[in-house]
Design a protein around this ligand. Structure first.
Ligand code: NAD
Length: 483
């Protein structure tokens, strides 16, 4: 008998305990070599005063066992409660959100009967770092952060995932035609890593046309790897059009810990009636088995589950007169899956998974030579009719005598000085770009400080600065529109 792998489970709220019981019965019947350690999460914990929905000692269990199978929980209405998922994802650095969207037509109605795609979404970076500031009366800003190691990790995960699940193509989606430095970095790292996986095909779409194609022809896609915000939106579109939200599972993967769950909620309207469909959590459990390197057990369970679906033994949520054979409750369906262990589906496509855990090496650290070429000084300026020529002249005279000179001013990214167009809208937020008076000058931070003192001395309101660097001679900042 092989050694048992300890995992953490939480039975959750509403239908959670019923579907977890069903899932564990199937895992046991399939001979999954697992040992379960249970923690309490959800409503009971929220009501006991833990705003995260998790008892403090549960953290140790989750971290010790590393793999967590979680049933849905009920988030109480009203203030003070935090999303348990967001807390776990952020605290344990679960960097990859993996959401397969598959249709099971004709057994579950779908407009896209052959759709079978997986979205691998970066989960920690991008606009979700939550670094926002109001800078002037009129302007608020959010920082979009994309890191090379963060991108390397998610892209490598997507390719390793493709190998483990026998998939053929990984598609990257970005908006690097506009965001050349952030999305551009993601695309560049994607291309570098794709070259290390010659057995897997790769391509790239701009996110807008990519999302439109997913909505129209989802069957064209296999694995999609993308940034946090695009992945968030895209995975909801994909789940919706697959028509099988109730059967979908999802995974949140970190270097140490991984969490697996159904994408539906705790369904309080049917809780305790033993009629819930356990499929979402069961599919999540098969993802967990592949993650653990138990692809053979995952395969046995998923193929048995597909057999149960195509034999027409359906829970109420997917039961259709004329298509289904028999309506069953949670455990009637569980028994049907167990009875099919060892069988292979004849109408739905059987699954085949690789044995061996998915592992992603730690990202490399990179170095480069960084050279300061200039500085963007941001001002809050709201004088007169806000004409940029007035500000331009004031800055030119303030900077006279320093080592830097004004190159241009932009407003909302568009060049307004020198030679702006009168049609351009002017907010109270100005980006003023300064470069060395003598191009051969080696700029230092002291030059920048002297410039800032001069601008401040002229009575102008400096609200932030951004340094203009090159890295190994490559420009690391964008040009102004019209520059
Ligand atoms: P829900 O997904 O729980 O229910 C939506 C509808 O789908 C309901 O009619 C429900 O009966 C049905 N349904 C859901 N799962 C089903 C299943 N397995 N079998 C049969 N029918 C099923 O969404 P909701 O009603 O908006 O949310 C209920 C609670 O769940 C809320 O407290 C919400 O915050 C929470 N929630 C938790 C998670 C999670 O823990 N990951 C995710 C989403 C929602």
């Amino acid at each position: 008998m092989s050694q048992q792998i300890p995992i953490t489970i939480a039975r959750g709220d509403g239908i959670g305990p019923e579907i977890m019981e069903a899932t564990l019965r199937i895992l046991d019947a399939a001979g999954a070599p697992l040992r379960y350690e249970e923690i309490k999460v959800g409503k009971e914990m929220f009501e006991a005063g833990y705003t995260s929905g998790l008892a403090p000692d549960a953290w140790d269990v989750i971290r010790r066992n590393k793999v967590f199978l979680k049933a849905p929980i009920t988030t109480p209405q009203g203030g003070g409660y935090k999303s348990l998922n967001v807390t776990i994802r952020k605290s344990l650095s679960l960097y990859a959100n993996v959401r397969p969207s598959k249709s099971y037509a004709p057994f579950v109605t779908s407009q896209h009967p052959t759709m079978d795609l997986v979205i691998v979404r970066e989960n920690e970076e991008d606009l979700y770092a939550g670094i926002e500031h109001q800078q002037t009366n009129e302007v608020a800003q959010v920082l979009k952060l994309i890191t090379r190691p963060g991108t390397e990790r998610i892209v490598r995960y997507a390719f390793e995932y493709a190998r483990a699940y026998g998939r053929e193509t990984v598609t990257c989606m970005t908006k690097d035609n506009i965001m050349k430095h952030t999305d551009g970095l993601f695309h560049k790292v994607f291309d570098e890593i794709a070259a290390e996986y010659p057995d897997i095909e790769s391509d790239h779409y701009i996110i807008d046309i990519g999302a439109a194609r997913v909505a129209e022809q989802p069957e064209r896609f296999d694995v999609i790897c993308t940034l946090n915000l695009y992945g968030d939106i895209l995975s909801d579109i994909a789940s919706q059009i697959a028509g099988s939200v109730g059967l979908a599972g999802s995974a949140n993967i970190g270097d140490e810990v991984a969490m697996f769950e159904a994408i539906h909620g705790s369904a309080p309207d049917i809780a305790g009636r033993k009629i819930a469909n356990p499929s979402g959590l069961l599919v999540a459990a098969t993802q967990m088995l592949v993650h653990l390197g138990l692809g053979d057990v995952a395969e046995r369970i998923e193929n048995a589950w597909l057999c149960a679906l195509e034999s027409g033994i359906h829970t109420a949520d997917i039961y259709r007169e004329g298509l289904s054979e028999r309506e069953v409750g949670t455990f009637g369906f569980t028994d049907a899956v167990i009875a099919n262990l060892g069988n292979e589906p004849r109408k739905l496509r059987r699954v085949k998974y690789r044995k061996g855990a998915i592992t992603v090496p730690k990202p490399r650290r990179t170095t480069s030579t960084k050279v300061l070429e200039g500085i963007d000084v941001f001002l809050d300026w709201d004088e007169g009719d806000r004409h940029p020529d007035v500000l331009g002249k004031a800055l030119e005279s303030a900077a006279a005598g320093t080592t830097l000179k004004l190159k241009m001013i932009t407003n909302r990214g568009v060049k307004v000085y020198p030679d702006g167009l009168p049609e351009t809208f002017w907010s109270d937020h100005w980006r003023c770009r300064f470069v060395p008076v003598a191009p051969e000058t080696k700029l230092t931070f002291d030059d920048v400080l002297a410039l800032l003192a001069a601008i401040h001395g002229a009575g102008l309101d400096v609200i932030k600065t951004e340094h203009l660097y090159t890295f190994d001679g490559v420009r690391g900042y964008s040009l102004g529109q019209g520059e």
